[in-house]
Design a protein around this ligand. Structure first.
Ligand SMILES: Cc1ncc(COP(=O)(O)O)c(C=O)c1O
Length: 424
């Protein structure tokens, strides 16, 4: 086992392995990472790359890299509504698979899309009340493509600090001026907006709807007012809100009653909808522009028809608000109540994403390991997704969990929480 002096000398921080050091071969950083990972020091990477041995469901087996198998209660899936295994959705996917095979073999603008794909565009546009919608084969790709197509060197993008990495990557690719306001801080946003020179007229405010790491919501009512005052367009990435929040599950914009004020409704088909892909629902002209200028659309093969077929069934269920949202919310509320009862700090979540603040990386990494061994799967979040001192467990509620499973998971988390002094 490595000594603490050796550990200190390895300088184990994510960001220390990004750059090639002076005089080092290009792959030197890969050697350095390998040395750390094989040293036995806990880095939080231990649980990465484990094998899921069944469909996404409340309790299932996972296999660790060392071959050990654990039966775990699943609190780490973004398939909040369990739509990835919904019989109607699987049937839709199966029918499309039979008809169109398993891959499209072409990008969307050439021979990559079918009537099933066009139906999906129309269903998502209807869901958000927009004229049209473009579907990208990945969510990450959607954000980088949309932002870098719509914004260029003459424009300014104003971001919430907690926006998803793919949005920031899109910012960089766009070549636009990048501004960032503190998380959900409307005074901070206005301070930035008020200082943008008048001649800079291409302005886009981008925010997550439900924030992926905190589970809280962007105050879209206030953002809309500021956007009107300062002539900005608004893009909302509601990856974790669609199907979950809002009176009929249409997301954060519906929650705040501002659906028609959002210029670009971006969503991920991989979270609540349980499939794969990302989209932008917007005006006919914006969507038409994106089809031609979003490079991650034009230069990337279309979504398999089976996924689009499954998603059409998903949007039939979401449109009718018939995907089990009430049961999901019973579980979200139960999970949060139990965690708060035990004394955990769970931040300000108003969605299916529930953080459990840990504030110490060494404790986080140990808890992550022990939770799986004791039968609970959760994700962990630290730098670069959030600041290291705000590191946390990230729990996701899922519709098909029973209260008994949630209680059992909270008991195990509490047992460890007490061992590590997070709760009394
Ligand atoms: C807010 C947000 N946007 C975009 C993405 C990217 O979506 P996908 O995983 O479907 O590529 C994610 C998922 O990690 C996300 O949480």
């Amino acid at each position: 086992m490595i000594t603490s002096e050796e550990k200190a000398s390895m300088n184990i921080k994510f960001e220390n392995f990004i750059d090639t050091l002076a005089g080092e071969d290009l792959f030197g950083k890969c050697d350095r990472v390998d040395e750390v990972l094989s040293s036995g020091v806990l880095t939080g990477n231990e649980g990465l790359g484990m094998i899921t041995m069944d469909k996404v469901k409340p309790e299932l087996d996972i296999r660790e890299k060392d071959g050990s198998v654990h039966n775990v209660i699943m609190l780490g899936s973004n398939s909040y509504l369990n739509l990835s295994t919904h019989p109607q959705v699987m049937q839709g996917a199966r029918e499309a698979l039979e008809k169109f095979g398993y891959g499209m073999g072409a990008v969307s603008n050439y021979a990559g899309i079918t009537d099933i794909h066009k139906e999906l565009d129309a269903r998502i546009a209807k869901f958000h009340g927009t004229e049209d919608c473009i579907v990208f084969p990945s969510g990450y790709g959607a954000n980088i493509g949309i932002v870098s197509a719509i914004c260029g060197k003459n424009d300014v993008i104003i971001n919430d600090a907690a926006n998803h990495a793919s949005i920031f990557d899109g910012n960089v690719l766009s070549g636009a001026e990048i501004k960032v306001f503190p998380h959900r801080d409307m005074k901070g946003l206005e301070r930035i907006l008020s200082r943008i020179p008048a001649e800079k007229t291409g302005r886009l405010i981008i925010t997550d709807g439900v924030f992926s790491m905190d589970g809280d919501m962007a105050p879209l009512d206030e953002i809309v007012k500021l956007a009107e005052k300062y002539n900005c367009r608004i893009m909302v990435d509601d990856a974790h809100g669609v199907g979950v929040v809002g009176p009929t599950g249409r997301g954060t914009a519906e929650h705040y009653g501002v659906m028609d004020k959002i210029d670009m409704h971006v969503g991920m088909l991989s979270k609540g909808p349980g499939g794969l892909g990302g989209y932008c629902a917007a005006s006919r002209k914006v969507v038409q522009y994106l089809r031609l200028y979003a490079r991650s659309y034009f230069f990337s093969t279309a979504l398999p028809a089976s996924v689009a077929g499954g998603l059409n069934e998903v949007f039939k269920l979401l449109e009718a608000d018939n995907a089990g949202r009430k049961k999901l919310w019973d579980n979200i509320n139960h999970l949060k109540e139990k965690l708060v009862e035990r004394g955990f700090d769970i931040g300000h979540s108003t969605s299916a994403v529930v953080p459990v603040m840990v504030y110490s990386e060494p404790i986080l990494f140990e808890m992550y390991q022990k939770l799986r061994e004791r039968g609970v799967y959760v994700n962990i979040v630290t730098y670069p997704a959030v600041r290291r001192k705000e590191c946390r467990l990230r729990l996701c509620a899922m519709k098909d969990l029973s209260f008994e499973q949630i209680d059992r998971a909270v008991d195990i988390i509490s047992e460890l929480g007490r061992e590590y002094g997070l709760i009394k």
